[in-house]
Ligand binder design. Sequence first.
Ligand SMILES: C[S@@+](CC[C@H](N)C(=O)[O-])C[C@H]1O[C@@H](n2cnc3c(N)ncnc32)[C@H](O)[C@@H]1O
Length: 236
Amino acid sequence: MFHDRLPQAERYAHLLATTGTVRGLIGPREVPRLWTRHLLNCAVVAVGVPQATTVCDVGSGAGLPGLVWALLRPDLQVTLVEPLLRRTAFLEEAVAELELTDRVRVVRGRAEGLHRVEQFDVVTSRAVAPLGRLLDWSMPLVRPGGALLALKGSSAADELTAATEELARHGATGTSVLTFGADVLDPPTTVVRVEAGASSRLGWTPGGPTTSRRPDRRGTGRSSEPDGGRRRRRQR
Ligand SMILES: C[S@@+](CC[C@H](N)C(=O)[O-])C[C@H]1O[C@@H](n2cnc3c(N)ncnc32)[C@H](O)[C@@H]1O
């Protein structure tokens, strides 16, 4: 999964298990399952991020998923947004230690503080808030043609249903529930994707409003339709 980035990923895991637990960013009971529950859980989604895009990780905490994606994808420019000082201090140290300062920026503050200030191709988050509230915080940060990628658990489809009002308010143009990493993780990672704006140059994998798709065998989250979704793409 991490290939030539494995040494950096191991350094990050070590930081989480040592400094991260001492400073209360990661519970001691999480240490034995750091790889499966945290690093891999985030890593499997990295293939779903379009090439050479700007990414904002809202409520990054100790860097999940933003730091993991930055490790795996040298083509991404990543902004980690986190209000708590002790967490941003850890993030600054981790970014320096992992030699990512040229591509990863740490912003101390709440997502709402960036509204009307900055926008990104992709806005992500993991374990931050129910989808409705997350949409209020995150959708103003998504540039037209971009998307929100919210890492969620088994509640993903229900959260989408419950967030109908927020989806309409923020002009969502497409929603999908995607699963990633079914070949390496049990359970795999479930992601809610919410697209913003009508057209995109980013090359999202196909998916129209309220579609729910399973990943292919490689766990990439690509369409598992027999024709790879080509028919649906041609109709657009
Ligand atoms: C449960 S932690 C999850 C951290 C990390 N994403 C992870 O998966 O381990 C939620 C994080 O969201 C941050 N947070 C809460 N409200 C926020 C907001 N409005 N904008 C940005 N971050 C926020 C908190 O400070 C906290 O670090």
